[in-house]
Design a protein around this ligand. Structure first.
Ligand SMILES: Cc1cc2nc3c(=O)[nH]c(=O)nc-3n(C[C@H](O)[C@H](O)[C@H](O)COP(=O)(O)OP(=O)(O)OC[C@H]3O[C@@H](n4cnc5c(N)ncnc54)[C@H](O)[C@@H]3O)c2cc1C
Length: 380
């Protein structure tokens, strides 16, 4: 079935993203994977090209269009080029909504122009060494002192953690108030007491700087509180559907990319005098994966339109996230098998896709937590 999610303007945007990726990312990606971080210059180029903040109002230099399909195009094009771990989706899909929906006018004036130009790279720090799924177990704490919050704690697994200039940090601002005692504080590069830890060595997504962050008695001005004091969890709950949809978009795009190249491989590679795709077992595997992926694309396209219409809720996002990422894992694993020994060689894109895909069922909320959310919504 033909996908009909996109319109002519998205296709034009896709062409510009594709040429941007070919020129500014593909030639350097292997180098960044070795370094464990992308060059900051890439962000400035992306800003010039209009790839950061397509939904940020024009008065701040953004694209001024509230349409998640533009975000999808960016995620899909990076994925089909194997350009994993570049960090744009975290900035655009995950952090932008906090700034757009919660920031004060003064904060927008300060942060949105450099957000869009690529001069300010962003991150969000929820996870800690002792708590990931169980956010109520977070220990970072901030106490009010005059016009500042004084923040201490450790965060880990933070995407863009080394490059980030602004880190939305979840901390307990009222230890007595339970789930209503968490707030979002914007910690900025250079604040005394804010230190980066290790850039973590991962099995995949090697170009992404995923880091530990430490805050020790950091004085965060009250003017850097994002959203309402004590409203941190509500703000997270409101923003997580888009984060999970973004991960689902990448899951489906990655599965499509790997399946398409595997179908080609199965036509070329010969064993016992025949193309390996012509053996019934392999033909059936490919037929099943193609069917499932076609269903996933149809479902995802609908999900994106529901999100654009403001009807994509926490349960919808949990379903989309776990199902598409588990499908991605199965598709990629089967495609490695179909490549035989070559599937295990990093010079083959399928091998890299295998390593890059593994985290998808973990970050943004694990498959198990997604099922908990769905189960609870069913009243069981
Ligand atoms: C590459 C990468 C990038 C990341 N980027 C960010 C980021 O930018 N910002 C950020 O804040 N975090 C980030 N994370 C952290 C990520 O969101 C967490 O790793 C994830 O939420 C899981 O938390 P955890 O690692 O503490 O696992 P745990 O919570 O310790 O879970 C361990 C296992 O127990 C299972 N489990 C836990 N609770 C339950 C339950 N109630 N029922 C059933 N099973 C359960 C989990 O599903 C999992 O299988 C990133 C992680 C990675 C690997």
């Amino acid at each position: 079935m033909q996908r009909n999610l996109y319109e002519a303007e998205h296709d034009a945007f896709r062409a510009s993203v594709r040429s941007f990726v070919a020129k500014h990312i593909t030639p350097f990606h292997a180098e960044w994977e070795k370094a464990g971080i992308v060059d900051r210059g890439l962000w400035l180029e992306a800003g010039k090209q209009g790839l950061l903040g397509t939904d940020v109002p024009e008065q701040y230099g953004g694209g001024g269009v509230t349409d998640f399909r533009y975000n999808c195009v960016i995620g899909e094009e990076l994925t089909r080029a194997g350009a994993s771990g570049v960090g744009f989706t975290l900035h655009n899909d995950v952090v932008a909504p906090y700034l757009l929906n919660l920031a004060t006018e003064e904060q927008k004036d300060r942060w949105l122009p450099p957000f869009v130009s690529g001069e300010m790279i962003t991150a969000i720090a929820m996870s800690e060494p002792g708590a990931g799924s169980d956010l109520q177990g977070l220990r970072a704490v901030a106490r009010r002192d005059g016009s500042d919050w004084v923040l201490s704690g450790s965060k880990t697994f933070i995407t863009n953690g080394i490059n980030a200039d602004l880190v939305l940090t979840v901390a307990r601002t009222d230890p007595e108030a339970g789930a209503r005692g968490f707030s979002l504080l914007a910690v900025e590069r250079g604040m005394p007491g804010f230190e980066r830890g290790r850039n973590l060595d991962k099995i995949g997504m090697k170009a992404q700087d995923t880091a530990e962050l430490f805050v020790d008695e950091v004085r965060v001005p009250a003017a850097n509180l994002v959203g309402t004091e004590g409203g941190g969890f509500v703000h997270l709950m409101n923003a997580l559907p888009q984060e999970r949809l973004s991960i689902a978009v990448v899951a489906v795009a990655a599965a499509r990319y790997v399946l398409d190249l595997t179908i080609e491989y199965c036509k070329q590679r010969k064993a016992f005098g025949k193309a390996i795709g012509s053996f019934q077992h392999n033909r059936f595997v490919l037929a099943e994966l193609e069917t499932e992926l076609c269903i996933a694309e149809t479902y995802l396209d609908r999900a994106v339109l529901e999100h654009n219409a403001g009807r994509f809720d926490v349960k919808d996002a949990a379903m989309a996230k776990w199902w598409t990422t588990e499908l991605q894992k199965r598709v990629v694993d089967a495609c490695v098998q179909l490549h035989g020994g070559y599937g295990y060689m990093l010079e083959y894109p399928v091998a890299k896709a295998y390593l890059d895909s593994r985290v998808q069922t973990i970050y943004g909320g694990t498959t198990e937590i997604m099922k908990e959310i769905i189960g609870r919504s069913l009243g069981v």
